[in-house]
Design a protein around this ligand. Structure first.
Ligand SMILES: [Zn+2]
Length: 404
C-alpha cells in the first residue's frame, strides 16, 4: 500500500496547516516542526510505503516510527483525503479521458480500501436490467450509459408515439411507430459502443414474466420504469425479492414525484407496504384514515382516467434521483438512500423533498419468512441509511399515486 493524497491543497497559519479538498470540510492539523508538511508533500507523490515515509521523515530530525505515520495516514483516510496508489493507474489514455469526470466524482468518496478506479470498475462491471424505456427510463438510461455501466438489457413492449416527445429524448421523429426498445438500444450503441446493450420486446403480464427475464439475463440490478398494468410493481417486487436482485423505481402523481428502492434481505419490500395498507394499489405513504373526506378524495381520484403529466424537466429530475440510487447500489460509494423508503419531490414548493420509510413486515410473503438468501449486492451495500427518515405515520394530506 502506498498512500496518495487526493487533490488537496494546504496553507500554513503559524503552527497549523489548513488542508482543503472540499471547501465545505477543511481539516486543520498541527505542524510545529514542519514535518507534517514534509509528509504531505511525500503523500502527494504517492510513491512511498508507510515504512518508507517513516524513514524519509526520520532523516530530518528525531526518528518517526512506521506506526506514527500509519496513524496519521489512517486519520487522513478517516477524512477521505487519501487513496492507495497501488489501486490506481489502470485508467490511462483514452479510457481515462472517457471517464475523466466519473473518476473525479469517485475521488471524493474513495478511501485507502477502495480507490476511485475500484468504484468505477464496480459500475463498469455491472449489468442493469432496464424494465420499460418510457418516461422514467429514457431519463435513467443516459445517466447509466454516461457512467459507463458495462452491460444494459433494455425491455419494453411499446412503439414510439408523438405523445412521448414531452419527456422521452432517446427517440426522434423518425422513430414514430417503431419499436421503442430497439431505438433505445440503438441510442446506447451510438452513445458508447463499449457498452454491451441488448434489447427485449417484453409484455409483463405477471411476476413470472419478470422472473423469467431475471433468470435469463441475471442482472445485478433492475431499474423499473413499468407503470402498467395496475399492480405491476408487486410483480417486479416478487420476482426481484425471490431472486435477491435489488431494484429502483420512480414515478409521478399530479403535483409530486417519487423514487424508492428495494434491497432484498436488507430493506422492506414493496409487498410490506401493501400489507400495511392494502388500499395502496400504487405507492403512497399516506396513512390510512377514517376521515370521510380524505377517503372520498382518494376514491374519486382513483376513479379518474390516468393522465401522464410528466414533462421533460420533471422526468429528468426523477431520472437523476433514480440513477443516483442505481449508482449507490452498483458501487456502494454510499449506502442506498431510498431502500424501503419513498423520496417525494413536491412540485408545488420549489421541489422540496421528504423521505418516508415504511416498515418491513415479518409476515410478508415476499421478504418475510420466505426471504431468499441475501444477494451479493445486498451484502456489499449493507444496511440502508434511514436515520433521517420520518415515520410512515407522519400525517399527509394528499394522495399521489406514482406512475410514469
Ligand atoms: Zn416484504
Amino acid at each position: 500500500m502506498r498512500p496518495r493524497l487526493k487533490d488537496v491543497v494546504w496553507e500554513r497559519m503559524g503552527d497549523e496547516l489548513t488542508l482543503v479538498f472540499d471547501q465545505r470540510s477543511p481539516l486543520v492539523v498541527s505542524d510545529v516542526d514542519g514535518r507534517m508538511e514534509t509528509l504531505l508533500g511525500l503523500l502527494r507523490r504517492g510513491d512511498h510505503t508507510v515504512p518508507e515515509l517513516a524513514a524519509q521523515l526520520s532523516t530530518a530530525g528525531p526518528e518517526v516510527s512506521a506506526e506514527d505515520v500509519h496513524g496519521i495516514v489512517a486519520a487522513l483516510d478517516g477524512h477521505r483525503l487519501v487513496e492507495d496508489a497501488d489501486r490506481l493507474g489502470r485508467y490511462t489514455g483514452g479510457v481515462h479521458d472517457r471517464h475523466y469526470s466519473n473518476l473525479a466524482f469517485f475521488e471524493t468518496f474513495a478511501t485507502l480500501e477502495r480507490s476511485r478506479e475500484d468504484l468505477l470498475d464496480s459500475a463498469r462491471g455491472a449489468h442493469v436490467l432496464v424494465l420499460g424505456t418510457g418516461g422514467l427510463n429514457s431519463n435513467t438510461v443516459p445517466h447509466l450509459a454516461g457512467l459507463g455501466v458495462g452491460r444494459l438489457t433494455l425491455a419494453d413492449r411499446d412503439v414510439v408515439e408523438s405523445k412521448n416527445f414531452a419527456r422521452q429524448y432517446l427517440y426522434t421523429w423518425r422513430d414514430l411507430g417503431h419499436s421503442k426498445v430497439k431505438a433505445a438500444g440503438a441510442w446506447v450503441q451510438r452513445f458508447d459502443p463499449d457498452i454491451d446493450v441488448s434489447t427485449r420486446e417484453l409484455d409483463v403480464r405477471g411476476s413470472e414474466d419478470v422472473a423469467r427475464l431475471l433468470d435469463e439475463t441475471r442482472p445485478d440490478l433492475v431499474m423499473s420504469g413499468i407503470d402498467s398494468p395496475r399492480g405491476v410493481d408487486l410483480w417486479v417486487n416478487e420476482a426481484c425479492v425471490s431472486r435477491g436482485v435489488p431494484f429502483v423505481r420512480g414515478g409521478m402523481g399530479v403535483s409530486t414525484a417519487g423514487v424508492w428502492s428495494v434491497v432484498p434481505s436488507v430493506s422492506a419490500c414493496r409487498m410490506c407496504l401493501e400489507l400495511a395498507d392494502p388500499t395502496n394499489g400504487e405507492l403512497d405513504l399516506s396513512p390510512g384514515t377514517d376521515d370521510a373526506h380524505t377517503d372520498a378524495a382518494r376514491r374519486l381520484y382513483e376513479s379518474k382516467p390516468r393522465v401522464n403529466r410528466g414533462i421533460g424537466a420533471l422526468a429528468g429530475l426523477l431520472g437523476s434521483y433514480a440513477a443516483f440510487e442505481c449508482l449507490r447500489l452498483l458501487t456502494g460509494f454510499e449506502t442506498p438512500q431510498y431502500a424501503g423508503s419513498l423520496l417525494t419531490i413536491n412540485l408545488t414548493d420549489g421541489c422540496s423533498t421528504t423521505l418516508q420509510e415504511w416498515e418491513r413486515r415479518p409476515d410478508c410473503p415476499a421478504c418475510g419468512s420466505a426471504a431468499t438468501a441475501p444477494s451479493a449486492l445486498a451484502q456489499v451495500v449493507g444496511e440502508p441509511s434511514g436515520s433521517s427518515a420520518p415515520s410512515v405515520d407522519s400525517p399527509s394530506s394528499s394522495r399521489q399515486p406514482l406512475g410514469v
